[in-house]
Design a protein around this ligand. Structure first.
Ligand code: AMP
Length: 278
């Protein structure tokens, strides 16, 4: 595996890759969720590039950028063992040099859910994805369903700005008790980690209510919230049922809907979602 830290070096190396290229953008501290994206990329492309960059511009001033978990040596070993071709690890100065002043703003789809609460977030996400796409020129890029709105934002950017990149989505990889794998799970104390199983239980409750014929979004989010609140360590940020394309809240589930949530457990904010189809 080639490890590249400079943008010009990455671009030069990219020019040598003859054949299809898959990109897996990550913030590192890799787990099985990330590796599922890597596996998909390797299945469909001649070369796989993984990027690891804790992108400062997608964090708010009160958020966890400084303490975001990092373990470069462990990540390098995982990716090497998996047979990844190129690992791109730029520094913040490399990506955002003095005088950097160009931003990619995706409107509309960013008004709801995560974008409504973390108003700066998708400006940082779209900008960094655009830069990574320009630097690595992939044929395909891989994203996790865990960050459902991120997928929609990136897809919209690619469509609106006519980028020749296929965006592929990989289902959420979960722990045995259903908790979605996330680098941030490492923040949880033992008690908090136990409590975190309630997120998936609440999502399954939505699926169950749907299966029993409930279509009223308020009733379903009510059932979910009751489950979440049964866990004293959990504080609900939001629980929402939205159209899976527009991400606008709906009153009744008619075909397929995104059921999503964000909760605080102690100081850790976790998100999760499932899609329900009726
Ligand atoms: P991150 O390093 O958290 O920015 O995540 C990098 C990519 O991995 C994003 O596309 C995430 O959606 C995806 N990802 C993170 N956790 C999971 C998971 N548990 N299952 C599948 N994909 C994931």
């Amino acid at each position: 595996m080639k490890i590249v830290r400079g943008i010009p070096e990455m671009q030069a190396l990219r020019r040598e890759l003859k054949g299809s290229v898959g990109l897996v953008p990550t913030m590192g501290y890799l787990h099985r969720g990330h590796m599922a994206l890597v596996g998909k990329s390797q299945e469909f492309n001649a070369f796989t590039i993984v990027s690891m960059f804790v992108n400062p511009t997608q964090f708010g001033p009160q958020e966890d950028f400084a303490k975001y978990p990092r373990d470069e040596q462990h990540d390098i070993k995982l990716l090497e063992d998996a047979g990844v071709d190129v690992l791109f690890i730029p520094s913040a100065d490399e990506m955002y040099p003095d005088g950097f002043d160009s931003w990619v703003e995706v409107r509309g789809i960013t008004d709801t859910l995560e974008g409504a609460r973390r108003t700066w977030h998708f400006l940082g996400v779209a900008t960094i994805c655009n830069k990574l796409f320009n630097i690595t020129a992939p044929h395909r890029a891989y994203f996790g369903q865990k960050d459902a709105q991120q997928v929609q934002v990136v897809r919209k950017m690619v469509r609106d700005l006519n980028m020749s990149i296929e965006i592929d989505v990989v289902p959420t990889i979960r722990e045995e008790d259903g908790l979605a794998m996330s680098s941030r799970n490492t923040y949880l104390s033992i008690d908090e980690r136990r409590a975190a199983a309630v997120l998936y239980k609440a999502l399954l409750k939505a699926r169950e209510m749907c299966a029993f014929g409930e279509r009223d979004a308020k009733k379903i989010t009510g059932g979910m919230t009751a489950i979440l609140q049964s866990e004293p360590l959990v504080k609900v940020d939001y629980v929402a049922i939205t159209d899976s394309g527009s991400l606008q809240e709906i009153e009744y589930i008619q075909s397929s809907a995104l059921v999503s949530m964000a909760v605080f457990i102690g100081r850790t904010r976790l998100i999760d979602n499932i899609t329900v189809t009726v």
